[in-house]
Design a protein around this ligand. Structure first.
Ligand code: SF4
Length: 966
């Protein structure tokens, strides 16, 4: 129910209206897909939004969320003025006083200035699903704090890291399935509309062209509903399926041997002798070093001459099986095997029968699946007559298409075994030869990058100094234990313990542990925590009720354990209540923004594409874009990148910063790739051009660079593309990017744990953990939570996905979208529910060993019987997001987060409930049981939590159609 203050309808299709007098183009942000949109205005008022037909990403297509953006603008949950918590009030009480922006900057400059001058790591900046990490990361680096990350650690870092550490690229923004040419498409572990409009457009074309679509997922909704076949799978077991598929393909010799021999490290020789070289590739000290950081001068066993030879020597034919003894030379007498031989051994026992008992998919179906994949890859292979030259100077007159494509996401990632599972998928794709080839997986600029990218995180106390930018980027890609972020006592350098021995390859940080760690003072306490766009007291956190208590916890002296909490949000989320200082953000329709090549652009397979947002409306009330806040703060703090040589402010504001900032003096590389150079005549690289914004405004807010056809495929090894990428700073180097079927990087950590390697070693209690999980080859293990769970008592897996019509928690303040979802159900297979006497619509308790929640059950045939699921973030605290106290969201909607722990006690020590390699939050590992609620219990969800309305709400007096939700 929605009560309007104004009698004027938002959009009256039959009433007499003045004509639309203005159409402005910008980029949608109702989800992360970033479609081009047109905002239609009448006398300055937004009347409706449609898709921009001239935009390369969505070509005019718009979804329900995108067109409902107008109601985000008219939401009564907008925060319209800066707020300071009243002295003496408790966090969570909602007791705020409005203050001016000048006062905000005074408070922040003074506080952050002191921190920066003393101990910069006492300032932590963590952000949610924003699209400006190049700026927020730059701010943190310039400030000098390592304590920075965005939402990736609790979202899908396993997908990013698992793929990037294997093939140098990843699904979603950085690559995807070539559905235009694929014949078979396997979607696994993907939410019901992940990659929304672009995927829907591609899928409809694919299906019309006769493609076969198989969905592997515990739940059949969204995309899975139109799949030709749905294969339900038990959550957390996808890795076992991949191992069995690899077993089958290798057993039947159905893999792309020439591709693996030339383009991966499959043929390269691994030392089998015990000692510091064990499990590492042997290097040829006489060979020319192509890349000093990650040398490619390894050996293969040449089948023609039956001896070890440098891997890239002309004419070699690398063996993919067997064990050998190195002949004369620097490694004489050492026992070696090609990496692929070790993969053969790794999958020798991972039979379809083995995987059937884990995944719930029959052995026969797994065999068929392997056959179908092999058939598509090899029997339906085709050629495109595209000439290209590889990095070894070999000219090719075609590229080979292997038309089997995959798409995978959070269903694989959000488990504590997700990194190795994702490695399994990437190696499976490599066996099929589908990497950057027609019909398979294809990269999008700025990927492919090195395996992994040549950026390292801070690795010692010396990297963090008062009043000094960090020596390294706050987030990077370790390749050896020496890259870990450890202090002089080998303790974590970061508040979230990313890049420590607990989570060595935590490429996106562990935002989900920041509050708990900071309150515990483990590894240390901080002073100021700044949170942007993340609902850390509600749906973005595990163990929600406990975290809410932690946010309010105090030291014996009465001071909060996290002394100062700054929250920037456009809406009254549950997190706003806990802030000491609230910064009112703008909506996406009120600000400038960039989707930059330095960050996460909207590139296409055929070349780099970046885009912008340009305001179509003025900011409401005193709202200010967080981008502007950061540039202002950086200028006042005199961070070097924001300050001239004579100590003056360098940029007038965000738009000026975007056009004039360069990554290095005179590098010609900045945030926007289009219309560079004095007159806008240059692309990708060129002098700053202050007219860039106007060029983007004149061109649908998007810049598209069309690469020549010879750059479209095989980019990991494509001479001309790699030279182009280096010349335009898309990559640092132009050497080949070899697929790491075998990861010697992981092996270095394992050797350290085994005490076989000089250098850093893990603490005693983590040695076994590192040794087990840092397997250089993919493997499957049960999610860690199962080690401490009674699987008989808690007999069901519980998972969530975001709904098609809402993006996480963003849309419960949206009057149109909440007509689709005002509350959620727990979806239970009809058979499972009936066995427990649970009727459709019944109130039930769902309980894990960590907590319980009351909710309504919904029978469903579209879920595996051993799994229950719901949409995330529909349930809200009472009165949050300007919802009425009796709104469905707080009375019927519920959060599964209450059932999930953020820490696990494993073998005598406590660690984050996360992947032991990357720190990815193990959201989908929780096990639950169900029970009917008593008939005399109130028909409402539990726990009940109250939020508060903050000053300045509902909307400012200028807004029309403001309302409050009921
Ligand atoms: S798919 Fe996402 S970006 Fe595209 S119109 Fe829908 S909400 Fe907007």
């Amino acid at each position: 129910m929605f009560k309007l203050f104004s009698s004027a309808p938002v959009h009256d299709p039959i009433g007499k209206q003045k004509p639309i007098d203005e159409i402005k183009k910008t980029t949608c942000y109702m989800c992360a897909c970033r479609c081009g949109i047109r905002a239609h205005l009448r006398e300055g008022e937004l009347v409706y939004i449609d898709g921009n037909p001239d935009h390369p990403l969505n070509k005019g297509v718009i979804c329900a969320k995108g067109s409902a953006g107008i109601m985000k603008q008219k939401s009564p949950a907008r925060i319209t003025q800066p707020l300071l918590r009243k002295a003496g009030s408790a966090r969570g009480e909602g007791a705020f006083e409005p203050i001016s922006w000048e006062r905000v900057f005074e408070i922040l400059s003074e506080r952050l200035g002191k921190i920066r001058a003393t101990d910069p790591k006492k300032f932590a900046l963590f952000t949610g699903r924003d699209q400006m990490q190049a700026l927020t990361g730059l701010f943190a680096r310039q400030f000098g704090t390592p304590n920075y990350a965005a939402h990736g650690g609790f979202c899908s870092v396993n997908m990013a890291a698992g793929m990037i550490y294997t093939i140098g690229g990843s699904f979603w923004e950085f690559g995807g399935p070539d559905l235009e040419r694929a014949k078979l498409f396997i979607m696994i572990g993907t939410a019901e509309d992940h990659h929304s409009n672009p995927m829907k457009i591609a899928l409809s074309k694919f299906k019309r062209a006769g493609g076969r679509f198989i969905s592997i997922n515990p739940v059949r909704t969204g995309y899975s509903a139109i799949a030709d076949e749905w294969i339900p799978i038990k959550p957390g077991t996808d890795g076992a399926l991949f191992m069995a598929l690899m077993h089958e393909l290798i057993r039947k010799e159905k893999f792309d041997a020439p591709f693996l021999q030339r383009y991966s490290n499959s043929g390269q020789l691994v030392c089998l002798d015990a000692g510091p070289e064990e499990g590492l590739f042997l290097y040829d000290p006489d060979s020319e070093q192509i890349n000093l950081d990650l040398p490619h001068n390894k050996y293969v066993w040449d089948e023609k001459t039956n001896r070890a030879r440098p891997c890239f020597e002309a004419g070699v034919s690398p063996a993919l099986k067997g064990e050998y003894i190195m002949g004369s030379g620097p490694h004489a007498g050492k026992k070696v095997a090609p990496a692929f031989e070790l993969l053969r051994r790794q999958v020798a026992d991972t039979t379809p029968e083995w995987a059937a008992s884990i995944t719930g998919i029959s052995a026969e179906r797994i065999r068929q699946l392997a056959n179908e994949m092999a058939y598509a890859a090899f029997e339906q292979a085709f050629e495109l007559p595209i000439q290209w030259t590889d990095v070894w100077g070999i000219e090719h007159d075609k590229v080979i298409g292997r038309p089997v494509a995959f798409h995978a996401m959070r269903g694989l990632s959000a488990h504590s075994n997700g990194f190795q599972t994702t490695r399994g998928l990437a190696v499976l794709m490599s066996l099929l030869g589908t990497i950057d080839r027609p019909g398979g997986f294809r990269h999008k600029a700025p990927y492919p990058r090195q395996v992994p990218p040549n950026v390292k995180p801070p690795s010692s106390e010396a990297d963090i100094k008062p009043n000094t930018p960090l020596g390294k980027a706050p987030l990077g890609w370790p390749t050896q234990p020496e890259d870990l972020a450890l202090d002089n006592n080998e303790q974590p350098l970061r508040i979230d313990k990313a890049y420590s021995w607990e989570h060595p390859l935590a490429a996106h940080g562990l935002m989900h542990n920041v509050i708990t760690n900071a309150v515990k003072g483990d590894p240390y306490t901080i002073d100021t925590l700044m949170i942007f766009m993340a609902n850390m007291s509600w749906n973005s956190t595990m163990n929600t009720m406990q975290v809410r208590e932690l946010l309010n916890s105090k030291n014996p002296n009465g001071e909060f354990k996290i002394p100062f909490l700054v929250v920037c949000d456009a809406f009254q989320s549950e997190m706003v209540d806990f802030a000491d200082l609230v910064l009112p953000d703008t909506t996406y329709l009120e600000r400038h923004d960039v989707m930059s090549m330095l960050d996460r652009p909207i590139s296409e397979f055929e070349g780099p594409v970046d885009s912008v947002r340009i305001p179509v409306l003025p900011p409401m009330g005193e709202c200010k874009p967080f981008q502007e806040v950061l540039v202002e703060l950086a200028s006042r703090l005199k961070l070097p990148a924001f300050t001239t040589a004579d100590g003056q402010r360098k940029f007038t504001g965000y738009t000026d910063f975007i056009t004039r900032f360069e990554t290095a003096p005179d590098s010609g590389i900045g945030f926007l790739a289009g219309w560079r150079g004095k007159d806008g005549e240059k692309s990708l690289r060129g002098e700053p051009n202050t007219n860039q914004w106007q060029h983007y405004a004149d061109n649908n807010c998007v810049f598209q660079y069309h690469m020549p056809e010879e750059h479209h495929y095989m980019r990991n090894w494509n001479r001309s593309y790699l030279d182009f990428a280096k010349a335009n700073a898309i990559r640092q180097k132009n050497d080949p990017i070899m697929i790491a079927v075998y990861s010697d990087i992981l092996q270095k950590f394992r050797l350290a744990a085994q005490g076989k390697r000089p250098g850093r070693i893990p603490p005693e209690h983590l040695k076994k953990r590192i040794e087990k999980y840092f397997d250089p080859l993919p493997f499957w293990y049960p999610p860690l939570e199962e080690e401490v769970t009674d699987l008989n008592a808690f007999n069901l897996n519980a998972i969530t996905q975001r709904p098609m019509a809402m993006y996480h928690s963003w849309d419960s303040q949206n009057a149109w979208l909440r007509q689709i979802h005002s509350h959620n159900y727990l979806f239970v297979n009809t058979k499972t529910a009936t066995e427990q006497g649970i009727a459709d619509g019944a109130w039930i308790w769902i309980e894990s060993q960590w907590g319980k929640v009351k909710c309504m059950a919904r029978h469903s045939e579209a879920v595996d019987p051993g799994t229950v699921w719901t949409w995330n973030a529909i349930g809200k605290a009472e009165s949050a997001w300007s919802l009425a106290a009796n709104a469905d969201e707080s009375k019927k909607g519920f959060l599964l987060n209450h059932l999930i722990t953020e820490e696990l006690a494993l073998g005598g020590f406590t660690v984050s409930n996360s992947d032991p390699i990357t720190g990815q939050a193990g959201w989908y590992d929780v096990r639950v049981k169900l029970a009917l609620a008593d008939t005399d219990e109130p028909a409402e969800t539990w726990p009940q939590v109250k939020a508060f309305t903050v000053p300045g709400m509902p909307l400012g007096k200028n807004a029309k159609n403001a309302g409050e939700f009921e």
